[in-house]
Ligand binder design. Structure first.
Ligand code: FES
Length: 321
């Protein structure tokens, strides 16, 4: 689908937890919105000039259109402005520009079993996946890790018997005997099982350790932010070889590949600029790249590269532009 910007109207704001509000976004004229598959997210352009990505928290039910988009926004105390803007400045009836949905975290067709692991607000894409998997009659389990019952968002959707029968919730402050041990949970992998993970940095790291022995292409992650130890987008200088144009573009050490292309007048769409969202991914000789993204699998990295953060391993990187 070609990505474009649409204007949606905030149809309903609901408090889900002390820190999380849900926003239901609808077409201002009541028409259907572009459809999507579970795991998709949209960019929301909010008051104050901020743009943030939010996962769609509900299965659209059909790919040809959606009656509305549902997102959950946690107010982060260290917010650079995005979640604060949504909580404090957006009201029901307001119009907001959003991107059409984009999906870098899809349900894998080849999987025979699905394990969905979410920490806190990371539940939003996984709730949509659970609904889609229910609809497909697939074999899945949804595990949610939250601080306490009070911090459990979208409780109504989770009470749906079709979801509840696949759900286990771990409360940090709960009964020790009912807590979920990640290492035990992921110790053995049934063949054909795929793991989908979304949550805050500490949770992602704990899952990565517990699933270190899983095949890379069976573990799918959606990060909110690049981990604190991420390398960023700068490093040694190199040259981008643009195969379609037949030209080369030098990338300085203090530039990202995207910066160098933009300075050359070549437009590459970007959104998160942290290697999370997949907007800047292009086909490339991926084996020549030093990949620094958090959205491509090992298999995808053979043929693709995220230009906002990744660089050449050596002196040059050929890309399909
Ligand atoms: S702009 Fe989001 S991955 Fe590059």
């Amino acid at each position: 689908m070609v990505e474009r910007t649409l204007t949606v109207q905030v149809a309903r704001i609901a408090r889900q937890t002390p820190e999380i509000l849900s926003f239901e976004l609808a077409h201002p004229m009541g028409r259907r919105l572009p459809g999507y598959r579970a795991g998709a997210h949209i960019d929301v352009h909010m008051p104050g000039g901020f743009t943030r990505q939010y996962s769609l928290a509900r299965d659209a039910g059909a790919e040809d259109g959606a009656s509305s988009y549902l997102i959950g926004v946690k107010r982060e105390p260290a917010s650079r402005g995005g979640s604060h803007s949504m909580h404090m400045r957006v009201r029901e009836g307001d119009l907001l520009p959003v991107s059409t949905p984009r999906n870098t975290f899809p349900i894998r067709e080849e999987a025979r079993h699905h394990i969905l692991l979410a920490g806190g607000i990371g539940m939003t894409p996984l709730l949509a996946m659970a609904q889609a998997l229910t609809r497909a009659g697939a074999d899945f389990q949804l595990y949610l890790f939250v601080r306490s019952e009070e911090h459990l968002a979208f409780a109504d959707a989770l009470r749906d018997p079709a979801i509840a029968s696949h759900l286990r919730v771990h409360f940090d402050d709960g009964d020790a005997s009912r807590k979920i041990n990640l290492r035990q949970l992921l110790a053995a992998r049934k063949p054909g099982t795929h793991l989908y993970v979304c949550g805050p940095a500490g949770f992602m790291q704990a899952v990565r350790h517990a699933a270190a022995h899983w095949p890379d292409d069976a573990v799918h992650t959606e990060y909110f932010a690049a981990p604190a130890d991420a390398a960023g987008g700068t490093g040694k200088p190199f040259v981008l070889q643009l195969r379609r144009r037949g030209i080369t573009v030098p990338v300085a050490g203090d530039q990202t590949a995207v910066d160098a292309l933009h300075a050359f007048g070549i437009d590459v769409p970007v959104s998160c600029e942290q290697g999370l969202c997949g907007t800047c991914v292009v086909d490339a000789d991926g084996e020549d790249a030093e990949h620094r993204d958090f959205c491509l699998t090992r298999g995808e990295r053979v043929k693709k590269v995220a230009l906002c953060c990744s660089r050449a391993k050596g002196d040059a990187l050929a890309i399909d532009l």
